[in-house]
Write a protein that binds this ligand. Structure first.
Ligand code: CP3
Length: 343
């Protein structure tokens, strides 16, 4: 079995497998070249041969144990009929979703047709992995319902996601309805990704840490558990990775109740403490500071060795605590892979 899949399934594998969030991206010159051919980011994500190429660029360069599908968490709201634009230096923008009528109008029947290019991308990636990188596993993904709802309600990125939290607290039925649509369509989408060739799946919950405990259980753990259970029912061998970013002490409840096989640790988490908070069989993934990677050298080495020492005894996948930053030198990524593989 591929080493990444072994570790994610709860088997200790050492040295640990490694891949990095945002391993395909602007820090790679070959990505910037490919990206320049398609200025519109949504069109780029929906171009199977270019998206497959972007996915494979870091694999060709560094031989990572995991390839993550090149796409975006906001392709799902786009496929549900929300307009989506990415502007240079500004990030994503969508029309802010305000009322329950707009939730009812989401096209959960038609969305699967619109993501067909993504499924085609997955087929192209698997074919090339089988030919040239047979030990690398392909990871599919969605944004977890709460985080996707954040972008849909706010209409883009935000520091506080105040409109979202206000709707969750003040219009709970509307909010539940949106989370419900995102949960069921995420299940359909992930099952389609697995049918197309994804070997593991990840749920990015980047803003999970904004919620108080009661709402965290309702909007983060609940939907994640439903998605994980639906996948387990049909594909018990496909590992599910959850990433409840900035969840603090709520990782204990998440680890116990979200039904995931593996949990990503964010940059602020102490791996030795997380180790005591979650069940022994749960694989952990993370969590080098992206800025330590950017710095490289001794800083990167020291931080990396501390994480390895804390995780030595459990199923573990080396990663960052959040995505690779654009100014990062690719040489630092190569050095990190060598360091981790040196055990
Ligand atoms: O290599 C990979 O990680 C796979 C592809 C991937 C992207 N985005 C590509 C991307 C994945 C898994 C994501 C997830 C994603 N997208 C998240 C969750 C993880 C996290 O970062 O918290 C979120 C919140 C988004 C939404 C999003 N997409 C934002 C806020 C932005 C703008 C910020 C930025 O870095 O530009 C994006 C754009 C985006 N998605 C880029 C990439 C490589 C950069 C766009 C470009 O090339 O111009």
């Amino acid at each position: 079995m591929k080493r990444l899949l072994q570790a994610l399934s709860g088997e200790p594998v050492w040295p640990p497998p490694i891949w990095l969030m945002r391993q395909a991206g602007r820090y790679l010159p070959e990505y910037r070249n490919l990206r320049a051919e398609t200025p519109d980011f949504v069109s780029f994500c929906l171009d199977p041969s270019r998206a497959a190429d972007a996915t494979l660029q870091p694999i060709r360069r560094f031989g990572m144990d995991g390839a993550i599908l090149f796409s975006d968490i906001l392709i799902l709201p786009w496929a549900l009929g929300r307009d989506l634009k990415f502007t240079e230096g500004h990030g994503p923008s969508l029309p802010p979703l305000k009322a329950v009528d707009e939730v009812r109008a989401l096209d959960s029947a038609g969305f699967l047709t619109r993501v067909e290019p993504v499924l085609e991308t997955i087929g192209l990636i698997r074919a090339e992995l089988a030919r040239k990188h047979p030990t690398t596993a392909l990871i599919g993904f969605v944004g977890a319902p709460f985080t996707v709802a954040c972008y849909m309600i706010e209409g883009g990125g935000s520091k506080e996601f105040a409109a979202t939290r206000r709707m969750a607290a003040g219009q709970p039925e509307d909010f539940d309805r949106l989370i419900e649509v995102l949960t069921t369509t995420s299940i359909t989408y992930l099952l389609a990704q697995i049918a197309a060739g994804a070997e593991a799946v990840m749920l990015f919950d980047s803003w999970a840490g904004l919620l108080p405990p009661s709402a965290f259980r309702r909007h983060v753990i609940g939907p994640t558990a439903r998605i994980a259970a639906a996948i387990k029912q049909l594909h018990p061998g496909v590992p599910v990775i959850g990433f409840p970013r900035l969840a603090g002490t709520m990782v204990a409840a998440y680890g116990a109740d979200a039904g995931v096989d593996a949990m990503g640790m964010d940059t602020a988490s102490d791996p030795a403490v997380i180790d005591t908070l979650v069940p022994d069989g749960l694989a952990l993934q993370g969590n080098l500071d992206p800025f330590a990677l950017m710095q490289g050298g001794e800083v990167m080495e020291r931080e990396t060795r501390a994480i390895l020492a804390a995780m030595r005894h459990r199923p573990f996948v080396f990663n960052l605590g959040h995505g690779v930053m654009p100014p990062t030198s690719p040489a630092h990524v190569a050095a990190l892979v060598d360091l981790v593989r040196g055990g």
